[in-house]
Design a binder for this molecule. Structure first.
Ligand code: UDP
Ligand code: MG
Length: 314
């Protein structure tokens, strides 16, 4: 029998928090008034997370584990969880308890009012570095400037989606998954629940700068072609500028002033233009890389093991 609510919890090296999040999520879901399942997606953790999850699944019939063969990334883990979820409503929440599980009850109330997507909007972020806050703010603003799909700012992946939204997301074939953008893209009736983002319960962030940059570039390139158009604008502007300068140089030559002045200035111009060209090539390369990824058509993830399902894979 399928559950009413499915909670999807991506976990990567979360041995310090997993027991506590299982406890808090179970307590909250017991109050939800419906049958529920907790789907933990172990994203190739190198610590004791899978052992702990296996043990949790053996003692709690609500808990299930999908374990990847290696680390495939947060967004992929969420996608896998949605594919395994059977509930009428699917809730995605981080394992680290930064998003308070108690907010799920408010989300369920909104869902019962008839909303198909209820996302958590962060009013405040506690215990995160100033650098993270500033970059996050900057990123959401830039993203909105560049994309045509309206992706709400300061909203993470903590959200509830209805079965029909989950099915729509499952039908999207792309490999570079920027889940929160895809949720905006599919549409449906959406609303927000505001909450204060807590500190991590334990452990440290699994999003080092490298992953943050990749995440930001995934978000922008999967939802916008504008970076490609920038080269047209920059190119146009520079050509116009060069044309005007060319006329100036010709006039100087014709009317007797020497045009041969300054090796430095020609060097500066040449270096500048080369830099611009390389940046533009890089942007094009980024998109080509993405096309290549999609063209290979590899599966999004490989499941090594499952626990708690009727037909477990070992
Ligand atoms: N996570 C994951 N795979 C990764 C990185 C992170 O499944 O490669 C999970 C992680 O276990 C957590 C969630 O994604 O449940 C959010 O990660 P984290 O809390 O480290 O990010 P932050 O809150 O600092 O942005
Ligand atoms: Mg976190």
């Amino acid at each position: 029998m399928s559950a009413l609510f499915s909670v999807v919890i991506p976990a990567y090296n979360e041995e310090e928090v997993i027991e506590e999040s299982h406890k808090r999520l179970s307590a909250v879901m017991e109050q939800s008034g419906g049958d529920y399942e907790l789907i933990f997606v172990n994203d190739g953790s190198a610590d004791k997370t899978p052992e702990l999850l296996r043990e949790i699944c053996s003692r709690d019939k609500h808990s299930k584990m999908v374990s990847f063969s290696r680390n495939f990334g947060h967004q992929t883990a969420i996608t896998a969880g949605m594919e395994y979820a059977t509930g009428e409503a699917v809730i995605v929440i981080d394992a680290d308890l930064q998003d308070p599980p108690e907010v799920i009850l408010q989300m369920i109330a909104k869902w019962k009012e008839g909303f198909d997507v209820v996302y958590g909007k962060r009013l405040k972020r506690k215990g995160e570095t100033a650098f993270k806050k500033v970059t996050a703010r900057l990123f959401y603003r830039t993203l909105n400037l560049l994309t045509d799909v309206k992706i709400p700012a300061d909203v993470g992946d903590f959200r509830l989606i209805d079965r029909k939204v989950c099915n729509a997301l499952k039908s999207l074939p792309e490999r570079n998954r920027y889940v929160r953008g895809l949720v905006s893209w599919v549409g449906f009736k959406q609303t927000a629940v505001e909450y204060v983002r807590e500190e991590r319960f334990a452990g440290e962030t699994k999003y080092p700068l490298r992953k943050m940059v990749k995440f930001a570039s995934d978000g922008i390139t999967s939802f916008s072609h504008k970076p490609l158009k920038i080269s047209i604008y920059v190119g146009g502007f520079l050509s116009l500028f060069s044309f005007i300068y060319m006329i100036v140089v010709i006039c100087q030559r014709l009317f007797g002033h020497s045009a041969i002045s300054g090796w430095a200035s020609s060097m500066a111009v040449s270096l500048f233009f080369n830099g611009v060209t390389l940046i533009m090539l890089g942007i094009i390369g980024e998109y080509i890389g993405r096309i290549y990824d999609e063209a290979k058509g590899r599966p999004l993830y490989i499941v090594g093991e499952t626990a708690g399902f009727n037909d477990d894979k070992h």
